[in-house]
Design a protein around this ligand. Structure first.
Ligand SMILES: [Zn+2]
Length: 365
């Protein structure tokens, strides 16, 4: 897939509002995009979109490759009598970037309205308030309404979704900055893979899947697996790069230096789950990287997990690997990735698929 086409897809996916539980617009778009290439596209009750690319040899293990369609954001908890919205977080939203930020407020009719997180005028702020990030409970969203009735008349109620404003800019050195590259980058990679698979025979059956609810409960892929019944899986989620002045020494992942692979991740914030890479998957990835000349960047990280954590517990234990396009400023409204890494993620996964044969071991070691 040409770079311009890849960029256009990434931009389109980044801009679609799709809070966890409200992935409908994204799911429809992904379904239509996959239909151009796949043998069959199905959805399940949870909203996952599963595109099937049958292989030429049924004795070869099948693989599900997935990226999540949902995003972090907010849920409305209260509408004040004077028409302001109080919200709570959905997923890992950093409170320190919110005041003064543009958002889109969803209604029960599926329409979105522009709004902004309000803040006291700078001129009246004094220390320590001036330096402090307010907790979400002290924040409010202004959509310009003057009363609770005016808000309700739009179909906006407690429970409605709120997401960051759409933003997309091209920075220097092929870098893209904007909202929700997490996980628009993974979905774009799935499309790149689909285009190749549609015109290249491959032994392994492949299920390219857009999943729901990752930022909410990390279990969408688990449900997709109950329909796909794949023998192994790759989760396309890039590692957070450690190449900015504030993160030097935390890890070796750098933007523009290749595809990231997580050898170890672990949530550790009350959730005892994560993923440790099965050896045959890592070895096969290393061989694929060598063959294509695409560098891989290893990461071991505490503080995060993906759907792999739960998917790996399905059936007899599904081998899972987390890999993808590295990013900076993850979960902020301005995530940054490198297009060269994005292109290479798809190319590397395609090589991985093409190299799967009947001797591929599904055991951990
Ligand atoms: Zn995320």
């Amino acid at each position: 897939m040409e770079r311009e086409e890849l960029k256009a897809k990434l931009k389109a996916y980044m801009e679609i509002p799709r809070l966890s539980g409200y992935e409908e617009k994204m799911a429809r778009r992904f379904y239509e995009d996959m239909k151009q290439y796949a043998h069959k596209v199905e959805t399940d009750q949870a909203g996952n979109v599963i595109a099937a690319f049958p292989g030429t040899d049924s004795s070869v293990p099948s693989i599900m490759i997935f990226a999540h369609m949902d995003t972090i954001g907010f849920v409305i908890t209260c509408i004040t009598p004077d028409g302001f919205l109080k919200v709570d977080r959905v997923g890992g939203v950093p409170e320190k970037v919110l005041q003064g930020l543009g958002v889109r407020v969803g209604s029960e009719n599926g329409d979105y309205y522009p709004g902004v997180f309000g803040m006291k005028s700078y001129h009246v702020l004094a220390s320590p308030e001036k330096e402090r990030a307010e907790g979400i409970g002290n924040l409010f969203i202004d959509i310009g309404a003057a009363s609770e009735e005016e808000v309700r008349a739009l179909g906006i109620w407690p429970g409605c979704p709120v997401v960051y404003d759409a933003y997309y800019k091209e920075l220097l050195n092929d870098r893209i900055c904007g909202s929700y590259t997490d996980d628009a980058s993974g979905l774009t990679t799935l499309l790149q893979i689909a285009e190749t698979l549609s015109r290249t025979p491959h032994k392994a059956s492949v299920y390219l899947t857009g999943t729901v609810m990752e930022e909410f409960n990390a279990r969408g892929a688990m449900l997709a697996q109950r329909k796909a019944h794949a023998d192994m899986a790759i989760c396309l989620l890039g590692a957070g790069a450690g190449d900015t002045p504030d993160l030097k020494g935390s890890n070796n992942v750098m933007l523009g230096n290749g595809v990231s692979v997580n050898l170890f991740n672990f949530h550790g914030k009350g959730t005892l789950n994560g993923n440790i890479i099965p050896k045959p998957m890592l070895e096969h990835l290393k061989r694929s990287a060598e063959k294509t000349g695409i560098p891989i960047q290893r990461q071991a990280a505490r503080g995060a997990l993906s759907d792999s954590a739960y998917l790996q517990l399905e059936e007899g234990g599904i081998p899972c690997m987390d890999m993808g396009t590295p990013d900076r400023y993850s979960h902020s409204p301005m995530e940054v990735l490198d297009l060269k890494d994005l292109e290479r993620t798809g190319e590397l996964v395609i090589e991985f698929i093409m190299g799967i044969d009947k001797n591929f071991s599904l055991n951990r070691f």
